[in-house]
Design a protein around this ligand. Structure first.
Ligand SMILES: [Zn+2]
Ligand SMILES: [Zn+2]
Length: 73
């Protein structure tokens, strides 16, 4: 039943969507996607930070915000 022998291949499962991520870095990158929500307004996509509710025009600036403001890396 038990299978060992894999070294350093830590797989982390996302509690929110069940995605399997290989390694902590991939997981942290993935979890950011859940902290940003995109909303269509006036024919334009705007992005919201779910932590503080601030809005952004691009997803990239929202991700930068998460890293700088909320310490997510
Ligand atoms: Zn997920
Ligand atoms: Zn925020």
């Amino acid at each position: 039943m038990r299978r060992h022998g894999r070294v350093g291949g830590k797989t982390i499962t996302c509690d929110i969507c069940g995605a399997k991520l290989s390694g902590e870095g991939a997981f942290l990158r993935h979890i950011k996607e859940h902290l940003i929500v995109s909303v269509r307004r006036n024919g334009m996509d705007v992005y919201y930070c779910l932590v503080c509710g601030q809005e952004f025009i691009t997803k990239n600036s929202a991700i930068t915000h998460l890293i700088k403001r909320h310490g997510l890396e």
